[in-house]
Write a protein that binds this ligand. Structure first.
Ligand SMILES: [Zn+2]
Ligand SMILES: [Zn+2]
Length: 233
């Protein structure tokens, strides 16, 4: 596809320019066979609010970061192997148009492009790279992906108990399994999900029971009985 560009001077210069913009805050990006295909600013839906982020599409990775000065200085670099990526186009919301989700096993998030054409281009280039990589490695497209975090602003009440109202004193938490915004009481449990982290992570009560049930069938059932009995006293 673009392999003929891999060892060209212009490609090396473009990759070096990206490395320079990230400076010491980024990883080395030049590896044999890697080609920089394009770049652009997308709006990424973050926990607090949507933020502009610079994205670089290579033939094997997607790199993004925060913009300090456009085309000069970027930081907070993230590198996503394209082999692990699946995409899903999403409907417009009132605030955000031309959205799609970038899903990976570790993290999934929503981005939006400035226009429909731009979204179409990003998605077709991303999909072409993913297809190409999977053909080369013989791997199957990944099926399991991390749930995207629901933004804080999306709800004022806990999405599990629907009772607790959030305020400056009552903090929002995120379940690492379903991505829901939940209260402290509904997310007391931690669960080890090696795909996401070497440490046990906060999960909501519902996900905890499901995860437990998956690993120890029957155990979650007896626990929920116990808590039902306790609740009735
Ligand atoms: Zn709750
Ligand atoms: Zn959950």
């Amino acid at each position: 596809m673009v392999d003929h560009l891999a060892n060209t001077e212009i490609n090396s210069q473009r990759i070096a320019a990206v490395e320079n913009c990230f400076g010491a805050s980024g990883q080395p990006l030049a590896v044999p066979g890697r080609v920089l295909l394009g770049e652009g600013i997308l709006t990424k839906e973050c926990r607090k609010k949507p933020k502009p982020r610079i994205f670089f599409l290579f033939n094997d990775i997607l790199v993004y970061g925060s913009i300090v000065i456009n085309k000069r200085k970027y930081n907070s670099q993230h590198i996503i192997p394209l082999e692990d990526v699946t995409l899903e186009t999403l409907p417009d919301t009132l605030q955000m148009k031309n959205r799609w989700m970038i899903k990976t096993s570790k993290k999934s998030f929503v981005v939006s492009a400035a226009s429909l054409t731009e979204r179409k281009e990003w998605i077709s280039h991303l999909e072409e790279c993913i297809r190409h990589l999977l053909t080369k490695t013989g791997r199957q497209p990944s099926t399991e992906h991390a749930a995207p975090w629901i933004p804080d602003k999306a709800t004022d009440i806990c999405m599990r108990c629907t009772q607790t109202k959030f305020s400056t004193l009552t903090r929002r938490h995120h379940c690492r399994k379903c991505g829901f915004v939940v209260c402290g009481d509904c997310s007391r449990q931690r669960f080890l999900m090696p795909r996401l982290s070497p440490k046990p992570l906060r999960v909501c009560n519902l996900c905890y029971r499901q995860l437990l049930n998956r690993e120890h069938p029957g155990l979650a059932f007896s626990i929920s009985i116990k808590s039902t009995l306790k609740d009735s006293h």
